[in-house]
Ligand binder design. Structure first.
Ligand code: EPZ
Length: 425
């Protein structure tokens, strides 16, 4: 059912929020569990639509998948009975591309509907395919059916230098290489926290992966991997979303279940804009406290691969900078089409001009409520932040996008003093 949010803006966010498990780690780790010849139990999984979709995809392949507790998913891949993943659920999400590496590693073949996901650029998978071919797989693109077919009687370790730094290609090839004979060396890889999390999960399953989090990953293939219990890391992007929302509403928010080192690029930009960001340790866990009392100062930012400023927070950050004093320049270096939120922000009174990959945001005193629509997941987060800081009432439509990646969004914000109501159409 299509739903929308009604948001009464202008309320200062105050209090404590707890971050959920990382979406982009979870959506890779769930398919990765196929590689274990046994049951895996995944903990700290976020309750989001993308996790539900992957559960359904694995079930359609024959796996037994069940939530054993709120945030715990038990995956038994031993009952998988088909390598045909050409159904609709697969083509509707980006992370289903991880079935390429996982199924190839586990069964030596897969037929996969080409993955969809947020429309933020062309999002090719040429580097995934290059990696699989280097490992010895035969990969065919059937463009008429929008399907990719891969098959390998035996995967063999190889040296692969990626042409672009890609989260998806790094993880996908890592999955297949875990089962390849001999050593694989991946160069120019992504270093995002979720890449490291997937490698840690695979190592817990008995894989031999070294160097995740650096530019070079070395993998010694194993014939067999085994089941394990693994807890997914906290979500870097959800953390950043609450940090930015706290600053945007001139709030004071303590954010728990975080890894502060993952947040350095965001903390630095918020502090540059005048916010106070404190890292703390309450003896049990780390937390971040973001406090903002004044109008922010404009800042310039460029999205970069980790540890740079993440593209996934460019859109939320823009909403914040819409009310800064001065003009901020935002350069989007990762995706060529990630400014779809701009026209919606303009409806709220924002002054933003876009030329190719550069947006100039001339700060206004305040935004005003409007009827606006999300066009993708982080565009949705951006519009919600804008609405929380705006005067008046905002309707945010297409919230199925934010449901894909944010657990209990309105409950978490409302506990901080926001007024967000989910309404049916
Ligand atoms: C992942 O997408 C995330 N998705 C994205 O998060 C995130 O924005 C992105 O990484 C960058 O951090 C998941 O983890 C499920 P890429 P992915 O491959 O893997 C080009 C969100 O909002 N490229 O790192 O698809 C590509 O076009 C989502 O949570 C190739 O040219 O991103 C892009 O310009 C959206 N060929 C750049 O690399 C390839 O074969 C980085 O893309 C692959 C990618």
């Amino acid at each position: 059912m299509n739903q929308y949010y009604t948001i009464h803006g202008g309320r200062r966010l105050e209090g404590t929020v707890t971050i959920s498990g990382a979406k982009n780690a979870a959506v890779a780790i769930i398919p990765a569990a196929i590689l274990a010849g046994e049951c895996c139990i995944l903990e700290n999984l976020p309750h989001i639509a993308d996790v539900q979709s992957l559960k359904k995809i694995l079930e359609k392949l024959g796996a037994n998948v069940e939530f054993t507790r709120g945030d715990c998913l038990k995956i038994d891949p031993t009952t998988i009975n088909t390598c045909d993943a050409t159904f609709d659920e697969v083509s509707s999400m980006r992370a289903s591309s991880y079935l390429l590496g996982a199924m190839l590693g586990a069964y030596g073949e897969v037929e996969l509907a080409l993955p969809g996901g947020c429309v933020i650029g062309a999002r090719p998978i040429d580097q995934h395919i290059k990696g699989m071919r280097a490992l010895g797989a035969k990969v065919y693109m059937d463009e008429s059916r929008n399907v990719v077919r891969a098959q390998a009687s035996k995967l063999k370790g190889a040296e692969i230098f990626f042409d672009v730094v890609s989260v998806g290609a790094t993880i996908n090839v890592m999955l297949a290489a875990c089962k390849a004979e001999g050593q694989t060396i991946l160069q120019n890889v992504a270093k995002e926290p979720h890449v490291v999390d997937v490698a840690n999960f695979l190592n817990m399953m008995g894989a031999s992966i070294k160097g995740a989090g650096t530019d070079v990953i070395r993998i010694i293939g194993r014939k067999r991997l085994h089941g394990c219990t693994y807890a997914v890391i906290p979500d870097q992007i959800e953390t950043g979303t609450y940090m930015i929302a706290a600053a945007a509403t001139r709030g004071d928010v303590v954010i728990k279940n975080v890894i502060p080192t993952h947040m350095e690029a965001i903390s630095a930009k918020l502090m540059e804009s005048g916010a106070r960001v404190i890292e703390g340790d309450d003896g049990r866990e780390y937390y971040l406290r973001v406090t903002m009392n004044d109008r922010p100062r404009s800042v310039n930012l460029k999205t970069m691969v980790y540890p740079g400023f993440p593209t996934d927070l460019q859109q939320p950050m823009m909403a914040y900078l819409c009310t800064a004093s001065g003009t901020s320049v935002i350069q989007e270096n990762i995706f060529e089409n990630r400014f779809n939120h701009v026209k919606e922000l303009r409806r709220m009174g924002a002054i933003v001009t876009v030329s190719k990959r550069i947006a100039k945001v001339r700060g206004v005193e305040s935004l005003r409520g409007a009827d606006i629509s999300a066009t993708d997941l982080r565009a949705g987060a951006s519009l919600i932040i804008a609405a929380l800081s705006a005067s008046g009432v905002t309707t945010v439509r297409n919230i199925h996008y934010t449901d894909r990646g944010y657990e209990h969004l309105e409950h978490k914000f409302n506990a901080l003093g926001a007024s967000i109501e989910r309404c049916p159409l």
